[in-house]
Ligand binder design. Structure first.
Ligand code: SF4
Length: 108
């Protein structure tokens, strides 16, 4: 999985202050999308150990409510495996942090 950015102390994408992972890859092509530069799956840079450590360092801070995944679409088919593993790890290591995920798919 590739990503475009990790933003910190973000107040605009969920409750409280959050770390936000902006992943690459989206096939929805919504009219008015604010991030069309993220649609291409291979855009951005690989999500690697350093990126994971960056997220961990944020989630270790008491004042950070949790993590938000956005993009791009975290549930783009090519992202689902990596996103599942990432969130399983976060849930295990940070059971009290909240997880938000923005997607273009319906809940069903
Ligand atoms: S799902 Fe999100 S990133 Fe994808 S086209 Fe729609 S608004 Fe843009």
């Amino acid at each position: 999985m590739n990503y475009h950015n990790i933003t910190k102390d973000d107040m605009l994408n969920g409750t409280g202050l959050r770390v936000v992972l902006w992943v690459s890859g989206c096939a929805h092509a919504c009219p008015g999308c604010q991030n069309p530069q993220t649609w291409e799956q291979m855009s951005g840079i690989p999500f690697d150990k350093e990126a994971m450590d960056e997220i961990r360092a944020e989630l270790q801070k008491d004042y950070i409510d949790g993590i938000t995944l956005s993009g791009g679409d975290p549930l783009f088919p090519g992202n689902r495996g990596a996103v599942t593993r990432l969130l399983q790890t976060i849930r295990e290591e940070f059971p009290n942090k909240t997880i938000w995920l923005y997607t273009g798919y319906s809940y069903e």
